[in-house]
Design a protein around this ligand. Sequence first.
Ligand code: DGY
Length: 329
Amino acid sequence: MNAPDPGPSRVCVTRTLPDAGMRELETLPGPVDVHHGDGPPSRAELLDAVAGASGLVTLLTESVDEELLTAAGPDLRVVANCAVGYDNIDVDAAARRGVVVTNTPDVLDEATADLAVTLMLAASRRVVEADRYLRAGNQWIWDPRLFLGLDLSAGATVGIVGLGRIGLAVARRANAFGMRLAAHRISESCRAEADALGVTEVPLPTLLSSSDVVTLHCPLTPRTHHLIGAAELDAMPSHAVLVNTARGPVVDEAALVDALERGAIGAAALDVFEHEPRVHPRLLELDNVIAVPHIASAGHATRDAMATLAVRNVAAVLAGRPPLTPVRE
Ligand code: DGY
């Protein structure tokens, strides 16, 4: 007797996706369950929703660990994270179960670099602080000493920690501004263009002590957790700006608050936080901090491309084809 037809594969999506991603979901042959709501599902809702699914589309807010993989069960074949970072996924646990993990590289490089440079410029030229000053109703008149900041185009050095595709996109922009470029850890695939842009590869201590702006573009791994702590912040010039559009825990946030309060560095511009969505309350009290809610990839076209790619990864694996962008450890 033939085994009963298991039916079309069910896909579970943990949040309403951008429009293009929702349209792409309609092309999947089997049922799709989307968690519609203002925020992510609770852990209990998530564990319940994944049961029996063959594919999951997850966001960086979901922890995909042993518990969740167990709750999904033996039919699970693919977890497609709608993000380039995948520190929310236990990739080894997925591999042990033969579950493919995919992410969304490349499609968000330019948007992320745009925001990194926006933050760099805004913090260096104190744009947000000056905006707050006007909105507070302060009396002002043009003054040669009002809101003086850092001249980035006059040969300032930007230090890029982790020069992969996003770091390279930052380097192109910084080069166009006339900045000097240093980097710690250049990906082999980016080395030729980095060389052509005049990027100097230096050890982290040299980068920290010689950069006017330090911008982080490394993944979060056990090795990069708290890569920037008190000693590293103290090694930076006192006027330096720290930009983080990578992952919050790459920076020891308590040490950062302390360094900013002591004047050990000049400013910080942060898209990501150590304990997201919580932001260290003292960061928000400091004039020399710009804080935005993890929006580096938040361009309409970029988010559409990320969501479409995530769904196509699910479709490929469930159809027995290789994933488009598997996570490569
Ligand atoms: C990512 O993709 O990892 C970003 O942090 C969110 O776009």
